[in-house]
Design a protein around this ligand. Structure first.
Ligand code: NDP
Length: 338
């Protein structure tokens, strides 16, 4: 029997939506949550595709996310909007906040969206890509659970704290990057554990603070930030601006609230949108060309732009569908069995 099963975007969406419905997620949340999971699988799978459905199910079963959440949009200031996610998953709250963020950024040149009081299981690239597709520069970040020790330490303080950036390009897909500020995402460590593979060096330490390549030892010890002290400081910044600054939890507080149940991180996300044409003014055409020249200087020497792999995978999935691991589909099916 083949190890993968072919799915079209439509058939996989139907499967994800039926699973979310079967798990008891309120109807309003099903399309936005399914969109995010499907987009991850469509753009190359891995830790933020269908695999995330397992985390969503676990979070719902543990009762750490409000499956019936009704998010509320609050107009905080001319350049600030908050969506209180009511303890539910982030995608619906983001979807409700996005039009207000875009309108405010267009009106004032810059605006910020805080999604508060949410369960955050998703990647950040969909959020900054959505902002960039409105012609705005986007920056997003979120804390998670305190799994990552500071450089030079051995006890988790930071979350994996992803940071994502989107830049609109004329006639092209936006330039987008999105990565954890840990040396790897927690999902990748989980995937190594499931596959029985050792980790690359530098991803984490064991409970005694010794470097190790064992996924189990790192999951019991602490992950490490990327880039030594530099990544450590950026992770601290994410804690501050997407935690206390938006009136929400740090990764340590999220983990304490979770109480070892292993559900999705709880807390907030910060999204900043900037209208690039405001500072550019009459130089807009020339400065957009300068940005394009920079992209050309990267690709012209054989290096690749972040997001190009994603867009290529997306085109393939749209045309040919996706090969989804059978074992993963079995795990998803088991969510509703019994
Ligand atoms: P990676 O280390 O895989 O880095 C991904 C980014 O780097 C992508 O933008 C990718 O572009 C780009 N990239 C990768 N390789 C190259 C290369 N050779 N040249 C140029 N660009 C490259 O990501 P992580 O494992 O750190 O994070 C994975 C995901 O996990 C993120 O989406 C993040 O948001 C999510 N996450 C979510 C958390 C949450 O609590 N909600 C917590 C932590 C992480 P491309 O896509 O084109 O390959």
């Amino acid at each position: 029997m083949s190890e993968t099963v072919h799915h079209s975007l439509e058939s996989l969406r139907a499967l994800i939506e039926a699973t979310l419905r079967g798990l008891g997620l309120a109807e309003a949340h099903i399309p936005p949550v399914a969109d995010i999971i499907l987009a991850g699988e469509r753009d190359g799978g891995g830790s933020h595709g269908l695999y995330r459905l397992l985390m969503v199910a676990k979070t719902m079963r543990m009762g750490t996310a409000n499956a019936q959440a009704v998010p509320k949009v609050v107009d905080v200031a001319p350049a600030m909007v908050r969506v209180d996610a009511d303890g539910g998953f982030a995608p619906l709250a983001f979807q409700l906040g996005l039009p207000v963020l875009v309108e405010k950024a267009r009106a004032g040149g810059i605006a910020a969206l805080a999604v508060n009081n949410c369960a955050h299981f998703s990647a950040l690239w969909p959020d900054v890509e959505a902002v960039a597709r409105h012609g705005l520069v986007g920056l997003a970040c979120t804390p998670s659970h305190a799994w990552v020790a500071p450089a030079g330490g051995r006890v988790g303080v930071f979350g994996t704290n992803p940071i994502a950036f989107g830049w609109p390009r004329p006639g092209k897909d936006p330039f987008v990057f999105d990565f954890a500020t840990s040396a790897a995402s927690r999902g990748d460590i989980e995937l190594h554990r499931r596959a029985g593979k050792p980790l690359p060096e530098g991803w984490g330490v064991d409970a005694d603070g010794k470097p190790t390549t064992s996924p189990e030892a790192v999951l019991a010890g602490a992950m490490l930030p990327f880039g030594g002290h530099k990544g450590s400081a950026i992770a601290a910044m994410v804690e501050l601006i997407a935690g206390p600054m938006i009136g929400d939890m740090t990764s340590a507080e999220s983990m304490a609230r979770d109480g070892g149940r292993g559900s999705a991180p709880l807390g907030g996300e910060l999204v900043i949108a900037i209208d690039p044409t405001r500072f550019m003014g009459p130089q807009e055409v020339d400065r957009v060309q300068a940005a394009e020249a920079m992209f050309g200087a990267i690709t012209g020497q054989g290096a690749r732009l972040p997001s190009l792999r994603r867009y290529a995978a997306r085109r393939r999935s749209e045309q040919e569908g996706m090969q989804v691991p059978r074992a993963l589909l079995d795990e998803v099916a088991a969510l509703l069995a019994g």
